[in-house]
Ligand binder design. Structure first.
Ligand code: PMP
Length: 378
C-alpha cells in the first residue's frame, strides 16, 4: 500500500527527495559536488552563511547548546527574555512569545485561540501551518478566495453571528506568489465584524516593508507571527501581541507548552543580529529592496506577467512535468531552483519560485530570465 502510494506520487511527478546539499555560502549552494547559484533560499539577507558574522558572534558568546526542557519547566533563560523584548519592541507590541518554529507557532496560536463555538476566516493560499492549526482547533473554519475581500465579507456577514470568538488570518507577503495582502482592508473588516486579526509576517520580517517589522507595522493587527529562520538567518519563530493574549498562549498553546525549547545559543544569535548587527541588517535589506526593483523591471521589460510585489517571484508553469524539466534545464545552466509542486501549491500551478536574496547579482537574473524566456516562448 505504501509502496503503491509512493509509485503514484512518482507517476504524478510529485515524489519528493531530500537534496544532497554539501555546503552553502554567499548566494551559492553545492549539491552532489557541483556548485549552483542559489535562487531558492529564504535567507533573504544572506545572514545565515556569513562566516565573519558567525565567528564574531562566537568569540563573545558561550550560551548553552541545549535547554533540555520546555520553557515552563527549566527551559527558559535570560537569552529568551532578551529576544522577546527585542521583537516586541521592533513590532511596537506589548509582549512576545518565542516558539520553536513558525510551523509550531501558527499551529499553537490558532489551535489555542480557537475552541468549540469559535471560527477562523483564512485566505485560501495561507501556509500549511495555518491550515493545520485550523484543523487542529476545535472550531470551524472558512477559507476565502485569495485576496478576495468581498468574498471574505460575504462569509463574515453570513457566518460571523453564529460564533463566539472569530479570527481572520492572512500572510502579509505570500510565500509562493510574493503578492501582498491589503492589511488596511483586513483591519477594516475585523473591526466591522468584531474579529481578531492575525498576520503571518514570515516572509516580510526584516525583508519587506518600511521598518524591520514587515508589512503590517503601525496597523491595528492583534496578533503577528513571524520566523527567525528566513531573513534573520537563524532559527525559531515568535508571536507578538498584547500581554493578555501572550499570557493566554503561554497557558494554552500546546506546541509551546509541550516541546523542548530552542538552544540558548541560537536565541542569542537571533538577538545579537537584531540588536548589535541592526545596521548591517538594514544595509542588506536595502540591497534586497534595490535588487527586487531591478528584477521586477527586467520582468516587465520581457513581458513576464507575475502577481509578485516582492522579493518572491513565481514563474508558474502549470504541469509538474514541465516544471521539473525547466528546473533541470536551469540546473544544467548553473542555477538551483527546485520545482514547487502540489500540495505546496494548488494543482495545476506548479512553478519555479524565484527567491531574491541580498547578495544575488543582477547579471545572474538577466541570464536566468533569458533561459526561462527561451524555454517558455519557443
Ligand atoms: N509561515 C509561512 C508563511 C511560511 O512560509 C513558513 C515556512 N516556509 C512558516 C510559517 C513556517 O516557518 P518555519 O519554517 O519556521 O517552521
Amino acid at each position: 500500500m505504501i509502496k503503491q502510494e509512493l509509485e503514484a506520487l512518482k507517476t504524478k511527478g510529485q515524489l519528493r527527495k531530500i537534496p544532497d546539499i554539501q555546503s552553502k555560502s554567499d548566494g551559492k549552494i553545492v549539491i552532489a559536488g557541483k556548485e549552483y547559484i542559489n535562487i531558492a533560499s529564504n535567507d533573504y539577507l544572506g545572514l545565515s552563511t556569513k562566516d565573519d558574522l558567525r565567528k564574531e558572534f562566537l568569540v563573545h558568546n558561550d550560551s548553552l547548546l541545549s535547554t533540555a526542557s520546555a520553557r515552563l519547566l527549566t527551559g527558559s533563560s535570560p537569552e529568551y527574555k532578551e529576544l522577546e523584548a527585542t521583537v516586541a519592541s521592533i513590532f511596537n507590541k506589548e509582549a512576545a512569545l518565542i516558539f520553536n518554529t513558525g510551523y509550531q507557532c501558527n499551529l499553537g496560536v490558532i489551535s489555542a485561540l480557537i475552541g468549540r463555538g469559535d471560527v477562523v476566516f483564512s485566505d485560501k493560499l495561507n501556509h500549511a501551518s495555518i491550515i493545520d492549526g485550523m484543523q487542529l482547533s476545535k472550531g470551524d473554519f472558512f477559507r476565502y478566495k485569495h485576496f478576495d475581500y468581498a468574498n471574505l465579507e460575504k462569509l463574515l456577514e453570513s457566518k460571523r453571528g453564529q460564533y463566539k470568538r472569530a479570527l481572520i488570518v492572512s500572510e502579509s507577503v505570500f510565500s509562493m506568489d510574493g503578492d501582498i495582502a491589503d492589511i488596511d482592508k483586513l483591519v477594516e473588516l475585523k473591526k466591522k465584524y468584531n474579529c481578531l486579526l492575525m498576520i503571518d509576517e514570515a516572509h516580510a520580517f526584516c525583508a519587506a516593508g518600511k521598518t524591520l517589522a514587515g508589512i503590517s507595522y503601525g496597523k491595528d493587527v492583534d496578533i503577528i507571527t513571524a520566523t527567525f529562520g528566513k531573513a534573520v538567518g537563524s532559527f525559531g519563530a515568535f508571536c507578538v501581541s498584547n500581554k493578555d493574549i501572550i499570557s493566554y498562549l503561554i497557558n494554552k498553546a500546546r506546541s509551546f507548552i509541550f516541546s523542548t525549547s530552542i538552544p540558548p545559543l541560537n536565541i542569542a544569535w537571533s538577538n545579537w543580529l537584531l540588536t548589535e548587527k541592526k545596521d548591517f541588517i538594514l544595509y542588506q535589506k536595502q540591497k534586497l529592496t534595490d535588487l527586487t526593483a531591478s528584477v521586477h523591471k527586467l520582468l516587465d521589460d520581457r513581458g513576464f506577467k507575475t502577481p509578485s510585489m516582492s522579493h518572491i517571484i513565481p514563474i508558474v508553469i502549470g504541469s509538474n512535468e514541465n516544471t521539473l524539466k525547466l528546473s533541470e534545464k536551469l540546473r544544467s545552466e548553473g542555477y538551483y531552483i527546485p520545482a514547487i509542486r502540489p500540495p505546496t501549491v494548488p494543482e495545476g500551478t506548479s512553478r519555479l519560485r524565484i527567491s531574491l536574496t541580498a547578495d544575488c547579482r543582477l547579471d545572474d537574473f538577466v541570464r536566468l530570465l533569458d533561459i526561462i524566456n527561451d524555454r517558455l516562448f519557443v
